[in-house]
Design a protein. Sequence first.
Lengths: 118, 114
Amino acid sequence: DTGVSQNPRHKITKRGQNVTFRCDPISEHNRLYWYRQTLGQGPEFLTYFQNEAQLEKSRLLSDRFSAERPKGSFSTLEIQRTEQGDSAMYLCASSLRGPGQGTSNEQFFGPGTRLTVL
Amino acid sequence: QQQVKQSPQSLIVQKGGISIINCAYENTAFDYFPWYQQFPGKGPALLIAIRPDVSEKKEGRFTISFNKSAKQFSLHIMDSQPGDSATYFCAASMQTGGSYIPTFGRGTSLIVHP
């Protein structure tokens, strides 16, 4: 399978604990995005990387959230001191922008990591 | 503030019928309007997209109608099939930080009865 992969698929944690999720984008995709999706809602943008540079962050990304993409390949999203309101599906997507291409490239989504904070 | 309003929240149609999902947006800076299809346990997948310089785009059984003056757009699924049963999200995008970041509607759960 050469699609976007995310691990773990499910995570249950207690309030106050730290959690980290991993996203492996489609190989050669230089853009990577993180979204949060709660039940009955559409995905909400959190942040996006082009290669290893974090170019955009939503105001939803509080200081308890941090994302990295150290080598421009996989990315991690860490949530510190989790709260019950953090319970959601965390989606990762990737896209490719090449020379001469526009910026409205299709984003390919992974299956998500479902976080439950007890 | 909900920038993209989507309706209905749920939709039930018979096989062979037409499914229609409507969306409206506020920000006139949006200039790319994709629709996504999401099956349970999967991430959203791009279905079809339109830019505001055209009023309609058709791909197979899926058609987007776009009304720029009304700031509304809709998805029509012709000859709906049970395999179309999924959640559909409209989105509106504008260029942000060099990429198009979609603002999603709340989704429509479509059930197509055989």
